[in-house]
Design a protein around this ligand. Sequence first.
Ligand code: MF3
Ligand code: CO
Ligand code: CO
Length: 271
Amino acid sequence: MAIQLKNSLDIEKMRIAGKLAAEVLDFIGPHVKPGVTTGELDALCHDYMMDVQGTIPAPLGYCPPGYRPYPKSICTSVNHQVCHGIPGDKVLKSGDVVNVDITVIKDGYHGDTSRMFYAGEPSIASRRLCDVTFECMWLGILEVKPGAHLGDIGQAIQIHAEKHGFAVVREFCGHGIGRKFHEDPQVLHYGKAGTLAELKAGMIFTVEPMINAGRREIRELADGWTIVTKDHSLSAQWEHTVLVTESGFEVLTVSPAMPAMPQSLEPRIAA
Ligand code: MF3
Ligand code: CO
Ligand code: CO
């Protein structure tokens, strides 16, 4: 299927949706601490989206083929949970690392972004995994420009993760996004430079690597959604929604409290 190129009206709407999604993460960050339940985080985000922003939580009732409807408004994936963790009664304890993944719909357009948060003090090992995964996401984003290929993104991410002894999850990937939550293309987080589709200005997709401290294999829980590492090793993920511009990329999921690109990668912007 062809990859849709967004027009300037689409892009303006996607900037708004992206910023709103990122602002939900700004809002929920301070609430991620020992003693809170993931269900409470979900309720706080749900009310913030609906009542403060006037956005719709895209996950709520989302039902891709082969799935049952997703029951909550956000995803909270704790420690060895890779992605799609369903918020519930789980009480966060000091040292837990949590991915909060937010997708909002505003005026029919989707913004999708996730960050890692620490409840209390993380171990050195978990901080390392979260930092390297953040670098992986940015190394992928830095490949984005017209004429580059999707495989360039995957290779940049895979090389960095594996250099640190970590593994890239293969079963889930980034995705085109717009009026639909998940559109073409699939954005793999591993692969070979120069392969797969060529990027063109006006494409919008997510880059959202899932990186495991141990082996790459995963398992789905009986709830039909939550993905965990088979070996119970820690997993991390970061996600931005990105526009291909004439000169490179524009991150759409920006907000005041968004962590900045690592300074160590700044020289690569000029390259
Ligand atoms: N936000 C996830 C992504 O980045 C998708 C979650 S689907 C849900 O693609 F139904 F679990 F919310
Ligand atoms: Co996504
Ligand atoms: Co997401």
